[in-house]
Design a protein. Sequence first.
Length: 442
Amino acid sequence: MAEAAAAPVEFGPEKKTLSVDLLQVLTAGNATRLEEILSSDSQTNGHVAINVQATAQPPPEPGTSSCCLLGVTSNGNTALHLVASRGHAELAKLICEKAPSLVATRNTGLDTPLHCAARGGHRDVAACLLSTMLNCGIEEAAAMRATNRRGDTALHEAVRHRRAEVVDLFMADAPDLASVVSDDGVSPLYLAATTESVQMVRLLLRPSPDGTPSPASSAGREGRTALHAAAVISKDVINKKDEELSKQQESVEGYIKGNGTIASALIATVTFTAAVTVPGGFIADDHSHPGTAILARRFAFRAFAASNAVAFLCSIVATCYFIYGGAREVPASHRWSYNAPASGLLPVAVQFMIAAFAFGFHLVLGAANLGLKIFVYFVSSASVLFCFPGIWVPFFLGYVKVLRRRGGWMGLLVQVKRIVFAVLICATFVVAIVLEITLADY
């Protein structure tokens, strides 16, 4: 510190108010104007001395210090506080040159200018302040470890607000700050762990360029460490994500159940209507067996009736199971026992409804449209096979060998059971075509 320094000023905000002109210059960041003000100040005879030990000293006599830079705002902020909080690095350098002891002053919140720069993430200003603190003397260097009213150091503030550049600067120029705990025993590393900031943790634990391990303390409240905090936070995060996944799964399941219920109800409606309005109509009352289906003796009609009945019954049962599976009265652990059978019955209902459609078309087309009948059966067979990819995808992708290796023949049997109805329906289509060709009236 300069030899011409004035008597020490009490550690804390000065009671003199900053001039309006100087406030405007500091807030605007006008370095040229600040130089003019400082050069025209006839009372600037040396550096300002600050007693960082907070011991009471008599106030300075008027005219013995830099009157421009000793003033404070209503919150106790000095000129250096103002430029540090706003990131005016050039102004901070000028003030540190004229009054380096201002780096140790505090405002009413007990923040030093370094606290303000760290909180705002202003790396250049923080670098200037650190350099001044390290080069001036013991008292200024001690201000690096000063804690504010919250009990935090400047490094705590940088970690709390996730100012990665400032934390990187501190760990490069003043790594010992990582070992300083707050007034309530919280280290910067513990704080980083509680805020779930992986980047901050990495910066604090990063070794120095020469390979020296980081001096960061892991201390926390009530004897806990950063590892305890990380474990608790990780558990909370995992639980939170599990809850989110559960909600998403419930939402997807609810969507599927809703669509499944609608689909099964529609199939039941269509098949019931087809049962009472059969192809070919009914025998009139003035004939024998009135009210019965005219084409009841045809193979295609019998296949139509059987397919329609299976589709109707499967869809009705699936609808009931979907309703039970979605009821709130049913425990969540029991809902799968309803939803699984419903999901299995719905594809069967769709397949047999397609079959009923094909057989019904066969009956109404007559004997003169054999080519059209074959086309309808071919398209219907493709629909039965491809409407549910679970039937053919395992065979197409070669999963059958994997299933046999892992589950043996039982695993393969489970997969084969899925295609039984599709094969049965397609085989019935072939029989209907053969009978149409060989026995036209059968």
